[in-house]
Write a protein that binds this ligand. Sequence first.
Ligand SMILES: [Zn+2]
Length: 348
Amino acid sequence: MSVELAGFVDRHAHLLRTASGNPPAWRTLEDVRRLHERCAAAGITPVDEPEPTALTGLAARLLDALEQAARVGLVEVWEAGVRDWHYLDALLELREAGPLPARVRLLAAAGLAEHGMRARTGDPWCDVVGVKLYADGWLGTRTCALSRGFLDEDTNTGFAFETADSLVRRIEPHARAGWLIATHAIGDRAIESVLDAYERVWGDDCAAAAPRIEHAQLLRPDLVERMAGLGAVACIQPGFGADDHADALRAVGDGWPDAYRWTRLLDTGVPIVTGSDYPIDALAPLEGLRKLAANPFDPMDLDVALDLMTDGAAGTVRLSHDPRSRSVEDVTNVAVLGTTPAGSPGPP
Ligand SMILES: [Zn+2]
């Protein structure tokens, strides 16, 4: 007895880049930390440098990746920061043959966007939707920008790659053109700068523009209130509360009442969208759903978690069982039977 539900949408992944076979710019946390140190010293951000991708064979690799996405139940995937337009060209080439296995939305990395945005395609299967900026580092590398030192590195407060001023300067032209803005910010000091910038760019119109903060992990109560007041959207990673728990306690202890507390964000009125950050976490949304519900910082009801991770406007997914009828640990035993992204050629 199968069930048809709103389809899973992943609004922050690096699926296409991973599929492209491009060698990653980092391999270990040490490599990432060195990258962040280098960027901070050079006054650039990790998404500013181009990352050329060979067009030859790219379309076939992207098609494989999108088939993989459909198999795990995704009807739409957002690529969080393309640094080469060859991805769009390859997707458009695939579109000439028909619908894609899953709908794709591209956020252009700020460096690429400043070289020239491509026009919206207007194609429901494949479109450019906005610009990705990068305000600080990561928690695992102790490079996210904090207002105080890390517990286990007390003289280190991380790196802010942007200030509110630099963000305003970079965001304004794209905001005027109507692009969605999504800024990576993990530490409270970076999140504060991003909110300062969003407030200056949009003022009272911020909620309508719905700019996003990617990750938003180490929040403070005052920042949660500001996000709710402005209508800034948190793009959270369903698996990160579970995956980061032990390391986050080592890094910042338990004196951060709003770190990874996603139900408190919801209760305060902060809009939330979700994305796996694949390949950092698994692409399979049922795996993310299990971790989001079991978040050790702040468990979430399965039906609330499922609502956050799905969007009926993007399509439907057919599952062997309704995940809400299972225990949290049993959710990953639900089988994905098929997906119907919105816009699919329907039965007559
Ligand atoms: Zn990411």
